[in-house]
Write a protein that binds this ligand. Structure first.
Ligand code: HEC
Ligand code: HEC
Length: 339
């Protein structure tokens, strides 16, 4: 399915210009904030991606229904990265006869050939999803030769297929939110280099969401509440591991859990991919990873700074223009309990 050369598209000069812009912005940011230049990893794709998403056989029937084929298993996370209220679908495909190897609560070992798929869309009217949706992009992470390659596909207006898009793209999106209010945002499809900003630790491209503790949850599937890991086992994605030994992260909207735990879960999925000792913003000294004991995260000292940056919509750094009201409300409530 994949050949093994890095694909430089015919839009080479456009791509280069975009790359140079990103590079100079990144260098400026580093110059101003003294972050290490080693954080500027660029993705070294070892697979050549197909020009059209349809070539991967991810969806069956009408593509816009986002109905995955048998080989792709949908999964969900206890809480998700906020990206201006976009809806997401996440899928995993492991090659036939292969499985994930569980080593800890962190990322499992993914067999070569694993494909992770994340599709972004907006319901026209969140109050009535039957009115349809606008699908914007599908992002892929593919493991090949012990290394992850990245790609993003932009959906066409007819919503029949999506094409490979390496240089980023901006488009306005309008929708009606859950409370009936008309919303709009300048939506940004990231370029390959931006993927690497978030999807790296110590300069290596990595998935973020499918850590074992994030996958260990119960959720609704075909009308019944089931354990996601049990479902993975049935679908052959994982083997007979001892499920009881795997930790879990609470949902950020689970009010039976303490504010502190919910806030940790929020910061982990929204901020920790950059703010950790190995991430893009390592120099900032904040460590928001769920596994880091709270006393060592620098949260108490930075609480005003954290809220200010979230309110202005400037953190998370990429992919957001709007402030995440629910996230801000959660962290404000939690910070009010701190000395
Ligand atoms: C602003 C940071 C950020 C950028 C930029 C970004 N991602 Fe992600 N991505 C995340 C986070 C956080 C998750 C996990 C949480 C979730 O799925 O909501 C994720 C999840 C994914 C997933 C599902 C598997 C996983 O790692 O959790 C894929 C596939 C993916 N991203 C691909 C890409 C590609 C390809 C690009 C570039 C075109 C990209 N991402 C850009 C932060 C980012
Ligand atoms: C895509 C990477 C990325 C993500 C995701 C991200 N940040 Fe940042 N953050 C940075 C970088 C780079 C800096 C330093 C440059 C700057 O200040 O803009 C920074 C700076 C900060 C600072 C200032 C640090 C200080 O010591 O004054 C705070 C506070 C902060 N971020 C909070 C957050 C929070 C909260 C989130 C999640 C809601 C988040 N960030 C998500 C990259 C990121």
């Amino acid at each position: 399915m994949f050949s093994s050369r890095h694909n430089i598209s015919s839009r080479r000069s456009k791509h280069l210009r975009a790359l140079l812009t990103v590079l100079s912005v990144a260098f400026m940011a580093c110059f101003l904030h003294s972050c290490g230049t080693d954080a500027l990893v660029s993705p070294q794709n070892t697979v050549t991606f197909a020009p059209n998403l349809s070539e991967y056989g991810i969806y069956q029937g009408s593509a816009s229904a986002l109905q995955p084929t048998e080989r792709f298993v949908a999964y969900s996370l206890p809480s998700a990265l906020f990206t201006d209220y976009a809806e997401k679908q996440r899928l995993i495909r492991v090659p036939d006869g292969k499985q994930l190897t569980v080593v800890s609560d962190e990322l499992p070992d993914f067999p070569d050939g694993t494909m992770l798929v994340k599709t972004f869309f907006y319901f026209h009217d969140k109050r009535d999803t039957a009115k349809g949706k606008r699908i914007l992009e599908t992002r892929l992470l593919v493991k090949n030769g012990e290394q992850w390659s990245v790609a993003v596909y932009r959906w066409n207006d007819a919503q029949t297929d999506a094409t490979l898009h390496t240089s980023g793209f901006d488009t306005n999106v309008d929708w009606i939110d859950a409370s009936g209010v008309g919303r709009t945002t300048a939506y940004h499809i990231p370029n390959n280099r931006e993927c690497a900003t978030c999807h790296q630790a110590n300069g290596t491209i990595l998935p973020i969401g499918p850590k074992m503790r994030n996958l260990n949850l119960s959720h609704a599937r075909n009308g019944a509440v089931v354990s996601q890991l049990q479902h993975f086992r049935q679908r052959g994605v994982i083997g007979n591991i001892e499920l009881l030994r795997i930790g879990s992260v609470p949902r950020t909207d689970d009010h039976s859990v303490s504010l502190q735990e919910r806030s940790r879960a929020y910061l982990d999925i929204n901020c920790a991919h950059c703010h950790s000792t190995t991430g893009y913003a390592a120099d900032q000294g904040l460590d928001f990873r769920y596994a880091t004991p709270l006393g060592e995260t620098g949260i108490a000292a930075s609480k005003n700074d954290i809220l200010a940056r979230m309110q202005s919509g400037s953190m998370p750094l990429l992919g957001t223009n709007l402030a995440d009201r629910d996230g801000i409300a959660l962290l404000t409530a939690y910070f009010n309990t701190l000395p």
